[in-house]
Structures are given as structure tokens and as C-alpha cells.
Design a protein around this ligand. Structure first.
Ligand code: BDP
Length: 722
């Protein structure tokens, strides 16, 4: 009997480790980068085991409890052996806690190191503790310890050495927040990964495991806030019926350091409160919001605050009552200030009735308000002045509001980047904006320094990413969309990380540590955004996509209810040339930038070619840097972009041996769709612009298979997210 038992145990162990070590079992991508698969390299695994003989943890807060759970599950998967709680008498233990809750950590005298790390930073150290070798994960707060725990697990997931650790890490930006554009009926504005993950109908009683896994994933990359609802807001979320559901989510997220925020519909006092006005200077309105805030805090004591889209694209706002954005923001800020809440007031405003270049309007409205906002207001600015295009120059507000903390808004969901059928790794896009030089305090005044507060000594700092998450099994529709969620979090934590490093981490954790897989796929990811720019909007073109749903090409879009929602408004193609003159001879949007930027972008010869048609209207035979005419160059780029998607398919095909069949085929099929879409963009745009340029497609480039008329008549129905 005993023998049988032993045999069974060995059998189960072998079965377990074999299953864990199989590289090609099917996988639907649900586990994201938190797979914790068995470490294949035996020497590495042995070294890890020797340094992980047990876990010492004294604190038992909800946050430390989830940190312990994560370590136990993670290490069981990675090492095939459970991690036991132990005492300090053994060598090779892992010690987790803060100096406040763990006496041995207190005795290590880390105060100086810890002070520098602020409330969320962490230390991971190889140390001698009571004469024995140990690894210590510590911080000033439990959430810092949790962040350190995830970092430590990542070291194992990415096969790093853990014997000589001396890691200290702290976020450069305070508020690292996902913006969900999720509606209460579970549709997601510009969402391409199914329906909303918030199942409002079953909340508050049903806590889907997904909510926990969502919080775990966010904590693992340092995201500490989530706005649950669409910026095109519904006031219903502020009713008790929904606040009790919000509370349930907030409770589930709290151990992971993830705060909940809501969007505030500016007209809520009228719609729900029965008031005659929502005028921010009206005493009754102020009281209504104060009471509403107090009510929210009674459900969610650590509620983060409001995100507001006002007087933009038809949303109500203070201007309806002749008041300014500052009046509106301050009124809400006063309502949440007492409990430490903030207001994130969006600068995404433009008006069709204003006869000025749309790219100028946010600056025109907000710059004069600098210094007029309350201390707990952040103005949230999109990365570029139009709208999340494949490429835009940085928004001119960055650097222009020294007395108002500006928060970055990136779009993780790929509204204008091929939605969920295109593989586009966005770290290079985010980095391009963050590294851009505003020149406002001389060279080196990067956007990143504005956003992290170091340029203007902002007290509040933040970065928002419009989420690409839905209830698809793999969360993001396209498996590689996970890399964009991942890189957003990593860059919000530390904007100095390189796109390559972040992709390397993500690939190792998501797929494998094999160099023969990593090198080509990392390269493919880093190139993918430039590839997309080439087949969609090369040389500074922008906003030429399909109408309303924004899917596929639509450079011919004109005569719509709003000029600034058409394509011809932006490309201005004519028989002479193409491009939007934003210099002094045109809209002079360029004047909103510092002189250093103006000098560079002001002349076609010195303007970086990627922004040429953003700032200049250029003749078709203008000679670009390659020596080609503008027309020839435009064609070459469109063709290059589409051809590169073909190369991406080959690169992926060559990686087959390293990926399980399910995920391999998922990406493979999507790359085929992407290639078709890239050719569609290429052919439609080249044929359309040719009607103005009146020049042949350069020799050697294959002719489009269809006529322009064919492409114009394409009318995709029921595009998701619209
Ligand atoms: C645009 C989207 C629209 C959003 C808007 C915004 O098309 O759905 O509501 O941005 O950011 O890009 O408010």
C-alpha cells in the first residue's frame, strides 16, 4: 500500500513537471505575462531552488497576503516545488515585508535607501541576515513590497541570476492609470477585445476571477489606478445602485494597490439631481457635487477622483454656462479635495464651429488658464494635438503650462492603429513622444520631464492609457496587444526603459527565453509601428481613415457634418501638392511650440521627414532626402510598409517551434489579415493621391489590383468599437 502511494506520488510529480515543461501545449493567452511556466534550464532552476529554501513573512495585511499567494503560485509553477513558510534558521530564505512589520528587516538599517524610494518603490537585496544568506524584498509600504514581489518573480521568469541582487526601483510618475472607455451596457467605445470586463449586471455579488487577475496584471507592472467608465460619461454610474457595484470592484482591487476613479458627467446635477443648472459657479451645483463626492467616499473610502471630458465632441461642460474649463475643474476638485481626491480634466477639446486648425484649439483654450487650476487638478493631454494618429508630433501644451500639472494620455487600444487585427508594438510610439524635446527650457526639456514633473516641479504627476482590455479570453483581442498594456505600465513606472528591453521582458514571460525566438521577434515588434505608419500615413499624413468607425483607408472622406471629421481637411491634396501648412504661411500651429522646435520644423528642408506633411504643404515634385520626388517617395513608403508585413509573416512562421499551436495560429492568421489590410491601405491611398499627383506609380512597384472606385465603395459594416 505504502509502495503504491509512493509510486503514485512520483508518477504525479513526473506528470506535473512534464506538462509544465511542454513548450507546445495549447494556450489561449489568458495568463498574459504571468504564466509562471516551469524553468526549463536545469542549472538555473537548481540555483533558484538553493536560494529559495523558504519564505519568511511576518505581516499579514491583505496586500502582503496577495504577495505571498503570488509567490507561492508563481514559484510552484516556475520551480515545480512549493515554497514553504519557514523560520530564519535556514540559509537561502526569502524575506518579505517592511521595516514596520518585520523585525529582521528593521534591523537591516535600510532607512536611508528606503527614504529615497517614496511610498511605492522597493528594494530587492541579497543580504546576510542573522549570519545566513537571504534575499530581502522590502519597501516603505506593503504595496511597494508587492511591486517588489512581482519584480522578483520576473527575474525568475526571465532567467536572471538571483544570487547578488541589489535592486532599487521607484516610479517616476505618481498616477499610472488605465482609462476604460467602457459603457454600462458593456459595449466598449473603441474597444476591439469583446465586451467590457465589468459585468455590471452581476455586480456587486459576483466577483469574476477576471477582476482579480486584472488587478494582479496591473500590479505586476505598477499600474495603480483605473477609471472604470467611458469619458463619454453616463451619470447613472453616480447613483447608489451603481456605486455599490463600484465599491465591490474597489474592494477587489484594493489589496493590489489599484485605486478606482470614475468619469463625471458634467450635467449630472440636472440629469439626476433635478437642478435647473449645472453651472459650476452655482451654489446649489457646488453643494450637489460635494454631497455626491461624500456619498461616493462612503462606498469607496480611497476613491481616486474624477476624469472629465467636457465641452468636447458634444459632451456637456462649463462652457454651456459661459464658464471656463478651470471653473468646471475647480468645482469638482473642491468636492473631492477633503478626502484626497483628484480631478483629471481632459484637454481634448476642439470645435467645428471654430474656424481654426483643429490642431491649435486645445492650446488656444487651455494655455491662458495656466495657474488657474486647484492643486488637485491634472490637465490630461493626448500625446499629439489631433487624435492618437499613427504618428503625431508631441502636443504643444507640453511645456506650455508650467503652473499646471499636465498628465499624459496615450491610447493603448488601437483605434487608429489597425484595431485588433494589426500587430503594432506601441512602446516606440510612446517613447517618441516622451523623448521629444519641447525646448521650453533649452535643449533637453523633454516631454517626459514635463510629465514626470521634473521640468516644472509639478507636485502631482500622472500618465493615462486608454485600455485595450475586454472580455476576450486573451484580454486584448490580438495577443500582441498584451505587449501594449505591458509597455504602457512599464513606461509609466520608468520612461527611461527602452522599447527593446520592455519587449524582451514581455516576450520572455509570454513565450520563451530562447534567444533564437527572442531576437527576431523583438526586432519585428520594434519595427512594427514604423511599418504601420508607412502603409497608413507616411511622411506626416494623418486622419485619413474610414469615417466614424475609423477602420481601413478613407482619404477621400469629405462633405460630412463636421469638416474636422473629414480626411480632405487634413491632407489638403491638390494638383500642386499635398500636406497641411501649419507654418506662418498657413495655420501657424507651429507658433504654439518653443522657438527651438519652430526653427527645426519650420522649413521643409530641416523638418524631420516623418512630420513633413504635418507641417508643410509640399509640391509633388519636391525632392526629399532620398533624392526621390515627394510622389515617388510616398509610393515607395506605402509599398515598403505593406511589404514589411509580408516579412513579419515570415518571421513569425520561423518561430513556430517555440510557440504552442493555439497562440501560434492566432497570430499567424491575424498577420495574414494585417497583410491584406496593409495592401488595402496602400492601394487605396496611392490610387486616390494619384488623382491629384497625375504621375505614374514608380517602375518596379506592382500595380493595384482594383480601381480607386472599388476601394471608395468598400463599406465595412458593424466594425467593432464604434
Ligand atoms: C476619439 C474617439 C472617440 C473618443 C474621443 C475622446 O474616436 O470615440 O470619445 O477620441 O478621446 O479618438 O474623447
Amino acid at each position: 500500500m505504502l509502495m503504491n502511494f509512493k509510486f503514485l506520488a512520483i508518477y504525479l510529480f513526473v506528470l506535473f513537471t512534464t506538462i509544465l515543461s511542454l513548450p507546445v501545449i495549447a494556450d489561449d493567452g489568458y495568463r498574459l505575462w504571468q504564466r509562471y511556466d516551469f524553468v526549463q534550464d536545469q542549472a538555473k532552476r537548481q540555483a533558484y531552488l538553493a536560494n529559495l529554501t523558504g519564505l519568511v513573512i511576518e505581516g499579514n495585511s491583505p496586500t502582503l497576503t496577495v504577495a505571498r499567494q503570488e509567490l507561492v503560485t508563481g514559484l510552484a509553477g516556475l520551480l515545480g516545488k512549493p515554497l514553504r513558510l519557514t523560520s530564519l534558521n535556514t540559509a537561502g530564505v526569502l524575506i518579505l515585508g517592511t521595516p514596520q512589520n518585520t523585525s529582521v528587516i528593521k534591523n537591516l538599517n535600510l532607512a536611508v535607501k528606503l527614504t529615497a524610494l517614496g511610498p511605492e518603490g522597493f528594494l530587492i537585496l541579497s543580504a546576510q541576515v542573522q549570519g545566513k544568506k537571504a534575499t530581502v524584498i522590502t519597501a516603505n509600504s506593503d504595496v511597494g513590497v508587492l511591486y517588489g514581489t512581482f519584480h522578483f518573480l520576473k527575474l525568475l521568469q526571465t532567467n536572471q541570476d538571483i544570487t547578488q541582487l541589489n535592486i532599487s526601483s521607484a516610479p517616476k510618475i505618481q498616477r499610472r492609470i488605465l482609462n476604460h472607455w467602457d459603457n454600462l451596457d458593456r459595449t466598449v467605445e473603441r474597444g476591439y477585445a469583446g465586451f467590457s470586463i465589468w459585468d455590471w449586471h452581476k455586480l456587486p455579488d459576483y466577483i469574476d476571477q477576471r477582476y482579480i487577475d486584472y488587478a494582479r496584471a496591473n500590479a505586476s507592472i505598477g499600474i495603480n489606478g483605473t477609471v472604470l467608465t467611458n469619458v463619454n460619461a453616463n451619470a447613472l454610474i453616480l447613483t447608489p445602485q451603481y456605486l455599490v457595484k463600484v465599491k465591490a470592484l474597489a474592494d477587489a482591487f484594493r489589496p493590489y494597490g489599484l485605486k478606482v476613479y470614475l468619469t463625471a458627467r458634467f450635467s449630472a446635477p440636472v440629469e439626476m439631481g433635478g437642478l435647473k443648472t449645472a453651472d459650476p459657479l452655482d451654489a446649489q451645483v457646488k453643494t450637489w457635487w460635494k454631497n455626491k463626492a461624500a456619498e461616493i467616499y462612503s462606498y469607496v473610502p480611497d476613491f481616486g477622483g474624477f476624469l472629465v471630458k467636457a465641452n468636447s465632441e458634444g459632451q456637456p461642460g462649463p462652457q454651456n454656462y459661459g464658464r471656463s474649463h478651470a471653473d468646471g475643474a475647480n468645482m469638482l476638485a473642491d468636492a473631492v479635495a477633503e478626502k484626497g481626491g483628484i480631478v483629471m480634466w481632459r484637454a481634448f477639446v476642439y470645435d467645428n464651429k471654430v474656424p481654426d486648425d483643429r490642431a491649435k484649439q486645445a492650446y488656444t483654450e487651455f494655455k491662458p488658464l495656466d495657474g488657474q487650476f486647484r492643486k488637485n487638478v491634472l490637465v490630461q493631454v493626448k500625446n499629439g494635438p489631433i487624435d492618437f494618429q499613427p504618428r503625431e508630433p508631441f502636443h504643444p501644451l507640453f511645456g506650455a503650462m508650467p503652473q499646471t500639472p499636465l498628465m499624459m494620455e496615450f491610447q493603448i487600444t488601437q483605434e487608429y492603429l489597425g484595431q485588433a487585427t494589426n500587430l503594432v508594438y506601441q512602446a516606440p510610439l510612446y517613447k517618441e513622444t516622451l523623448d521629444a524635446d519641447t525646448h521650453v527650457k533649452g535643449a533637453g526639456s523633454t516631454v517626459a520631464k514635463v510629465v514626470d514633473g521634473s521640468l516644472h516641479q509639478y507636485e502631482l504627476t500622472g500618465m493615462a492609457g486608454v485600455a485595450n482590455i475586454g472580455n476576450d479570453r486573451n484580454w486584448t483581442g490580438h495577443l500582441f496587444g498584451q505587449a501594449n498594456w505591458y509597455c504602457f505600465g512599464r513606461l509609466a513606472w520608468d520612461h527611461t526603459l527602452s522599447s527593446e528591453k520592455i519587449a524582451d521582458e514581455w516576450l520572455r514571460m509570454t513565450f520563451t527565453n530562447e534567444a533564437t525566438f527572442l531576437n527576431p521577434i523583438n526586432k519585428m515588434m520594434r519595427q512594427s509601428r514604423e511599418t504601420l505608419v508607412n502603409y497608413m500615413t507616411p511622411l506626416g499624413l494623418h486622419h485619413i481613415m474610414g469615417y466614424s468607425h475609423h477602420y481601413g483607408p478613407g482619404p477621400w472622406i469629405k462633405d460630412k457634418q463636421r469638416a474636422d471629421w473629414t480626411s480632405v481637411y487634413y491632407h489638403k491634396a491638390s494638383p500642386e501638392g499635398i500636406g497641411f501648412d501649419r507654418t506662418v504661411t498657413g495655420s501657424n500651429a507651429l507658433a504654439q511650440y518653443a522657438p527651438g522646435v519652430q526653427q527645426q520644423f519650420g522649413k521643409p528642408a530641416t523638418c524631420p521627414e516623418e512630420f513633413l506633411l504635418w507641417f508643410h504643404h509640399v509640391k509633388w515634385d519636391y525632392k526629399v532626402k532620398s533624392g526621390r520626388s515627394l510622389w515617388d517617395e510616398l509610393c515607395q513608403r506605402y509599398y515598403r510598409g505593406a511589404a514589411e508585413v509580408g516579412q513579419m509573416r515570415q518571421t513569425w512562421q520561423a518561430a513556430q517551434a517555440y510557440v504552442d499551436a493555439e497562440r501560434f495560429n492566432h497570430v499567424k492568421m491575424l498577420l495574414l489579415i494585417q497583410e491584406k489590410e496593409a495592401r488595402w491601405w496602400r492601394d487605396a491611398c496611392v490610387l486616390y493621391f494619384q488623382t491629384f499627383a497625375q504621375r505614374p506609380i514608380p517602375a518596379g512597384l506592382e500595380k493595384p489590383s482594383q480601381t480607386l472606385d472599388y476601394y471608395v465603395k468598400q463599406d465595412p459594416k458593424f466594425v467593432p468599437g464604434n
